[in-house]
Design a protein around this ligand. Structure first.
Ligand code: TMP
Length: 210
């Protein structure tokens, strides 16, 4: 089973993926938590380039290709091997993030993004995608609080520094993808507190997973 978590900055994916993993492990599933960008040694180096706020002039196509390079390594070295050995893969962001951030928000052709995905990754799709949805004003406020109190690194703030209108496009893009693929997506209200979000995720997945 391949499960992805998506959402804007400050939506709580990283916290919730840990709760979900604990819950699934308690039901006897063998889970792997991973993330994009990152998830492999090479991917963590690509991540550092992609999220470094000093790289603010990065060209959009360069950005897209770096995300694709990260994903190629990640699929081959982590996702496929884990799925093949019967593990449940819980991935903090995946391909939908590329469609939304590089496609809808940066304005790159989503047809090109889809073609690249089909060519390079044989169109590997998650079984379930949990979308943690909340207004960007709330998400960004949470993210910057975490950056200020040191629980999130200031070395990875290139996207947090984008305009509010960029983040509004990201949120709208995710909701549009969820509308088009209602069987795969589960939308969760991430403006609620951590425990409420945790139980909403478990509730929406229980019928399918246990
Ligand atoms: P995160 O690990 O805090 O979610 O940060 C990853 C950032 O990278 C986030 O701002 C979204 C962005 N991103 C893309 O723009 N395209 C992608 O394909 C992925 C996976 C992430």
């Amino acid at each position: 089973m391949f499960i992805t978590l998506e959402g804007i900055e400050g939506s709580g994916k990283t916290t919730q993926i840990k709760h979900l993993s604990e819950f699934l492990q308690s039901k006897g599933q063998n889970c792997v938590i991973t993330r994009e960008p990152g998830g492999t040694r090479t991917g963590e180096k690509i991540r550092a380039i992609l999220l470094d706020p000093e790289n603010k002039n990065m060209d959009s196509l360069t950005e897209l290709l770096l995300y694709m390079a990260d994903r190629s390594q990640h699929i081959k070295k982590v996702i496929y091997p884990s799925l093949s050995s019967g593990k449940t893969v819980l991935c903090d962001r995946y391909y939908d993030a590329t469609v939304v951030y590089q496609g809808f928000a940066r304005g790159l052709d989503t047809g090109l993004i889809n073609r690249l995905h089909e060519l390079v990754f044989e169109d590997l799709k998650p079984d379930i995608t949990i979308l943690l949805d909340l207004p960007p004003e709330t998400g960004l406020m949470r993210a910057w609080k975490q950056i200020e109190n040191g629980s999130r690194t200031a070395l990875e703030t290139r996207f947090e520094k984008e305009t509010l209108s960029f983040h509004k496009k990201v949120r709208a893009g995710y909701l549009e993808l969820a509308r088009k693929a209602p069987l795969r997506f589960r939308i969760i209200d991430a403006s609620n507190d951590e425990n409420q979000v945790k139980s909403d995720i478990i509730k929406t997945l229980s019928a399918r997973l246990i």
